[in-house]
Every structure is written in structure tokens, then in C-alpha cells.
Design a protein around this ligand. Structure first.
Ligand code: AHG
Ligand code: MN
Ligand code: MN
Length: 298
């Protein structure tokens, strides 16, 4: 077991510490904020609240040099030029509230975090850690680093302090896949993806909840495949590389799975901007290989 990086630990302590406050704030923040984010999507009051809370928490962490958020056009300078270990500061990319359209319907949502050892935009190879908080029936946090993937339960202790307790030390994808979840509208799927989906529908059970973190957590738990595919109307898909696809790819690959944009490992995709979109297919290696073959017309 390599020693966990103290700055990474401090980052996930800060993220965990915001979780109870974000969760408690959601009931009163289900409305549109009246603004759009850099991806051109309407922003809910919950998105903005989570973004503000996480921005304060992350910029206070020694060793965080800058952060990027789904809700902000450019990177925010967090001050640290050098981490406490004397090395360069980390750049953190966050999706403060993933799946926020589930807020009105009271379904799962989460917060996604990528910790990069390079200025953003960067490739996923520059990730040193990644994770997500899942606001489900209970609040859990997945944390992945060079050591592997662990699942934690996040609870608010007496007096408001937050407790992180590891419930799964070494999370790995089950060998036998069980579930699938594919985004976008079926008529908008390219023919090659539709053919792959038809095969998968005969083999696995549909689990699609409209929040990437909830749907990916199904795949991590039960094995299978999640995709927000390239669409006829949107060849780049919907999900953003820096703070959705890269962190999820990092987590799933460290759990023994695979992640692709259709023909390239997600972690090798070269971004131009921090809000670049990318098609995302993640899950058991065998399924991702079949998917890449299907899209290549093999
Ligand atoms: P966000 O709420 O951060 O914009 O992310 C929503 C994303 C992702 O969570 C989910 O997989 C996808 O949007 C769902 O899209 P559809 O509503 O088109 O299914
Ligand atoms: Mn999202
Ligand atoms: Mn979001």
C-alpha cells in the first residue's frame, strides 16, 4: 500500500466536508437560476450553491493551485504555486452537481472531482486521483488513486464534523456484467451503436437514471457498461472531458474496467478547452472491446 498523497487526502476531506451542506441545501434549490453555464446548459440554484461551497473548500486546501468547474468559464486561481510536498500545485476539476436535472424528480445526483498534476486543460494521464460523491439513499464517496479504488460512507457526526468511513477497500468491477445504461435518444443513436445496444439489451438489465454518477455506480457495483454515446445530432456526445469523462475513466480503469471515446482510451484524449465534450463508454473490458469493434464496423 503506497502512502496516500496528503494533498489528495486533504482535497477529498474538503469535498466530503461539503457533502452534508450540499445535501441539506438541495430541497430549497430546485429552481432554475436563470443563468446558463459555459456548456450552454441552464443552471439550477443547486448547481450554483454546490459550486460556491466547493470553490471555497478547495481553494483553502494547501497544494491546490487552481480549479475548474462546470459552472465557470475559466480556471480559478487558488493561490498555491507549490504544494506542501514542495512539488507543483494540483489543478482540480469539478462537476459540482452532476445529474442536477434529477433534483426536481428527487433521484440520485453527485459531485465529480478530478485531481490533475498539470494545468488544465490536460489529458487524463495527468490525473493523480479522481472520485465522486453520490447523493443516494445514503451519501457515499468513491476515491481512486494510484493505489486503487475505495468506497466510503460520508456521515455528519455530532457537532457538525464529517466522518469518512471506508466500506470497501479495494473496489473492482465484477467479472460477470449485469447492467447497462445508455444516454441520448434512441433515434439519435448512430446505426453502429444501435446494433451494439440491441445485443446488450438481450444480455444485460437496463439501469439508466439520468445522472452519470448514479449510473456509473451501478456499473461499478454490478458490472456492465455505461455510455453517453456520440449522437447523430451531437458527434461529440454530451459529457465534458475534464470533469466528467476523465475522472470516471480513471476510476473505472483502476477498478479493472475500460473507458473509451469510441476508439481511443478516454485518458489519452487531447482536449483543447476545459469544457470540451467527448463521447463516453465505460465498463467491463470485454464489453468495451465489443463496443469499439462495433463502432469500427468490425
Ligand atoms: P450535469 O447535471 O452535470 O449537467 O450532468 C448531466 C449529465 C450526466 O449526469 C448524465 O449522464 C446526462 O447528463 C444525462 O443526460 P440526458 O438528460 O440527456 O439523459
Ligand atoms: Mn455532470
Ligand atoms: Mn453538473
Amino acid at each position: 500500500m503506497t502512502e496516500t498523497d496528503p494533498i489528495v487526502e486533504a482535497i477529498f476531506d474538503a469535498v466530503a466536508a461539503t457533502a452534508p451542506e450540499i445535501r441539506a441545501a438541495l430541497p430549497g434549490r430546485r429552481v432554475e437560476s436563470g443563468t446558463d453555464n459555459p456548456s450552454g446548459e441552464s443552471v439550477l440554484a443547486g448547481d450554483l450553491y454546490a459550486d460556491e461551497l466547493l470553490a471555497d473548500a478547495l481553494t483553502a486546501v494547501d497544494g491546490v493551485g487552481s480549479f475548474v468547474s462546470e459552472e465557470r468559464a475559466a480556471a480559478v486561481d487558488a493561490g498555491a504555486a507549490v504544494g506542501s510536498d514542495g512539488e507543483g500545485a494540483y489543478a482540480v476539476a469539478i462537476d459540482p452537481l452532476d445529474g442536477s436535472s434529477n433534483l426536481r424528480s428527487n433521484n440520485a445526483m453527485g459531485t465529480v472531482v478530478g485531481v490533475y498534476d498539470a494545468p488544465l486543460p490536460a489529458t487524463g494521464r495527468d490525473l493523480v486521483a479522481a472520485g465522486y460523491v453520490l447523493y443516494g439513499p445514503i451519501t457515499t464517496m468513491i476515491v481512486a488513486d494510484a493505489d486503487g479504488v475505495r468506497e466510503e460512507v460520508v456521515t455528519e457526526a455530532e457537532g457538525g464534523s464529517v466522518d469518512r468511513s471506508v466500506v470497501e477497500e479495494d473496489l473492482t468491477l465484477p467479472d460477470d456484467p449485469l447492467v447497462y445504461g445508455f444516454g441520448g435518444r434512441v433515434p439519435d443513436w448512430p446505426d453502429a451503436f444501435t446494433a451494439f445496444a440491441r445485443e446488450i439489451e438481450d444480455e444485460l438489465k437496463l439501469r439508466y437514471g439520468g445522472a452519470m454518477v448514479g449510473d456509473v455506480n451501478q456499473v461499478l457495483t454490478y458490472g456492465g457498461v455505461f455510455a453517453y454515446p456520440a449522437l447523430n445530432s451531437a458527434p461529440e456526445g454530451k459529457l465534458r472531458l475534464s470533469f466528467e469523462a476523465n475522472p470516471i475513466a480513471y476510476i473505472v480503469e483502476r477498478a479493472g474496467g475500460a473507458a473509451t471515446d469510441g476508439d481511443t482510451d478516454i485518458l489519452d484524449v487531447e482536449p483543447e478547452g476545459v469544457h470540451d465534450r467527448v463521447p463516453l463508454y465505460v465498463g467491463n473490458e470485454g464489453l468495451i472491446e465489443r463496443l469499439e469493434d462495433a463502432l469500427a464496423g468490425d
